[in-house]
Write a protein that binds this ligand. Structure first.
Ligand SMILES: [Zn+2]
Length: 127
């Protein structure tokens, strides 16, 4: 599996969001699989812009995916009907944008994108 191409998703624990994110990243970035960094309502963890224990764990897991697996893209994901970070689409878009900024500031040499899983469980790219 030495040529296996990895991506990385920082996503909620929600089971409805996993496969759609993996499928999207495989299609869009031609990766073979996606390392998953999962916390409930993860986009909300980035929202207040302050250091937290959870943020440190997310960063550590992501760094392993980048440095050991050679992942070439990180997606930060928020989604519709999130139990861990309840809010409407606009609210999630704001949190996802904030999360993308924060992950950028970690300075991994890879692309960082924001994704929103909508009320039809389809992917929207957050710009
Ligand atoms: Zn959720």
């Amino acid at each position: 599996m030495s040529n296996f191409m990895f991506g990385t998703a920082i996503n909620c624990i929600d089971g409805r969001t996993q496969q759609v994110v993996i499928d999207y990243m495989k299609r869009k970035f031609e990766v073979d699989g996606v390392d998953m960094v999962n916390f409930p309502g993860v986009d909300g963890i980035f929202a207040n812009g302050e250091y937290s224990e959870e943020l440190a764990l997310i960063k550590r897991a992501t760094s392993i995916s980048i440095e050991r697996h050679g992942s070439k893209v990180i997606a930060v994901v928020g989604h519709h009907d999130c139990a861990g970070n309840p809010g409407d689409k606009e609210y999630h878009y704001a949190h996802i944008r904030k999360a993308v900024q924060e992950v950028h500031s970690w300075k991994f040499p890879v692309q960082v994108i924001g994704l929103y899983v909508d009320d039809e469980w389809k992917i929207e790219e957050v710009r």
